[in-house]
Unconditional design. Sequence first.
Length: 75
Amino acid sequence: MKSTNERSLRFQVEKWLAPGPSTPVHVVEFSRTRLGRRRYVYVETTQPDSLRALFFFRHDDGCWRVFPPAATRAA
């Protein structure tokens, strides 16, 4: 089982984008997907030589991940 910390958006941003102590992180967009109405956040960080950006998706178990949740199928 993942700890609460590993499920957080902050943990995932730090893991994937690795911003430094003086590197700002910006939430550029947050909304819901058209299909399934799933939450997502678009985050970017700018460093002197590059721009890093990722979409993070909220899953049913409360975790944020860099891939969207699987579509739910009718039973």
